[in-house]
Design a binder for this molecule. Structure first.
Ligand SMILES: O=P(O)(O)OC[C@H]1O[C@](O)(CO)[C@@H](O)[C@@H]1O
Length: 426
């Protein structure tokens, strides 16, 4: 379903020694014995997702679509990127009529954004889904303070019917608040960290509310769970992890994830959090960056071709485009583009990929390609699971716990001290 190719020889990457390591990691992962194994709930999540649980999420999404024109989803990091990635990947670029809309908030702290958001939704019915595993993250909590007040001012006691909370089952300020106000609740499972949570209620409720087929998304991930669990040199999740580690050891410490599909730009953002937070520890890890082509060939392309040689590039190539245009023959050929007549714009990009990849390779940038057959719920579900699984292998090869993020506390503590948050004054 997904194929991984490499500009070098993959057989030289997976040496006997590497294979032994991967063998050990495979067992650690599936026998839940590696570092952070208490956060492996995502590994068999697709096969455990019951019809009734999915049905409950679907019904809630339908209720939201009946009661509102806009769903505001409040969350940051893993509590928003998965849903945003899937919704952006599957939505049309332009919406002609004002159809049901999912808008994100709490992914930053910005007064103008929140103020304008409240003005923007005036006159349209609103529902809120606030998502935070810890229930204490400052950015979504701040956004919720404003938006909860907005909902109460607008809907009075009925506001509670329009607010949906996705958080831990047992702890956190958000849980206490949800119980006190009687908001409908969904659970972020204990054993699934934020950046691995796209297939839980964290991702599925907003995705279903946006009108996408969450059953197909989970089915795709289920297929990946089955097909990628093999300990085999042909397993693309193992191949991608082995390639990353090999290139890292060769000094290529930055990975540029490239796509020709603007619709995939939030899949790139999701991938950056997944890999950056999972691997960037103990002064180790590949720094994940992303580019969208051909746009960025006219900006970062120069650096990738000729800059410092510590980069490798991973292309996400979409084999089939659902919606496309063919270049037509112009009578006067004034723009001198008739040589492209009959070529679709997707075909143009496939050729642009070949040309770019060869140029960057000749400039000393190793090339990896991951081919995605199609952009729909099923294939995206497969793709996201592939990345999560491969990330776990990747981090374990660095001897890193893929499931914690101790480093994110340092800046938070400083901000809290500066703002004199109770308990942080000294
Ligand atoms: O869901 P929460 O607890 O609000 O956390 C949001 C994000 O913040 C982080 O904890 C980093 O601060 C991420 O790991 C997480 O995805």
């Amino acid at each position: 379903m997904i194929s991984v190719t490499y500009s070098g020889n993959l057989n030289h990457v997976i040496t006997d020694e590497k294979w032994n390591e991967l063998h050990t990691i495979h067992h650690q992962l599936y026998q839940k014995q590696g570092a952070g194994s208490e956060f492996l709930g995502w590994l068999d999540w697709p096969s455990n997702a019951s019809e009734s649980w999915l049905g409950h999420i679907q019904q809630t999404a339908e209720r939201i679509r009946e009661q509102a024109d806009v769903l505001i989803v409040i969350g940051i990091g893993g509590s928003y990127l998965g849903a945003k990635a899937v919704i952006e990947a599957l939505s049309p670029y332009f919406q002609t009529e004002k159809e049901f809309e999912v808008i994100f908030a709490g992914q930053h702290v910005n007064g103008a954004y929140l103020k304008q958001l409240m003005q923007y939704v005036e006159g349209r019915d609103v529902a809120l889904n606030v998502i935070s595993k810890s229930g204490t993250t400052t950015e979504p909590a701040l956004a919720f303070r404003f938006l909860q007040q907005y909902m109460t001012d607008r809907y009075g006691s009925e506001a509670a019917e329009r607010i949906y909370v996705t958080t831990d089952a047992n702890k956190g300020a958000l849980l206490d608040l949800a119980k006190q106000k009687g908001y409908q609740r969904f659970v972020v499972p204990d054993d699934v960290g934020g950046r691995y949570s796209v297939l839980t209620a964290v991702g599925l409720l907003p995705i279903a509310a946006a009108g996408f087929d969450i059953k197909a998304l989970v089915q795709g991930a289920h297929a990946a769970e089955n097909e990628l669990s093999d300990l085999s040199k042909d397993n693309p999740a193992i191949q991608y992890a082995a390639l990353r580690h090999h290139l890292y050891e060769e000094g290529f410490t930055n990975e540029v994830l490239a796509t020709f599909e603007p619709a995939l730009s939030y899949v790139q953002e999701w991938w950056k959090q997944l890999y950056g937070e999972s691997e960037g520890k103990e002064q180790k890890g590949i720094f994940p960056v992303s580019v969208t082509y051909t746009t960025d060939l006219h900006s970062l392309g120069q650096y990738i071709q000729d800059g410092k040689r510590n980069l490798f590039e991973t292309f996400m190539i979409l084999d089939e485009a659902d919606d496309d245009l063919d270049v037509f023959e112009a009578t006067d050929d004034a723009d001198q583009l008739n040589y492209l007549a009959g070529t679709s714009l997707h075909d143009f990009n496939l050729v642009a990929y070949e040309g770019t990849s060869q140029a960057h390779l000749s400039g000393g940038v190793p090339q990896v390609a991951i081919r995605l057959p199609k952009l729909d719920e099923y294939h995206l579900g497969y793709f996201l699971y592939f990345f999560m699984l491969s990330c776990a292998y990747s981090a374990y090869q660095l001897d890193i716990n893929p499931f914690d993020q101790p480093g994110v506390e340092a800046y938070k503590t400083n901000i809290f001290k500066l703002l004199k948050k109770p308990g942080f004054e000294s």
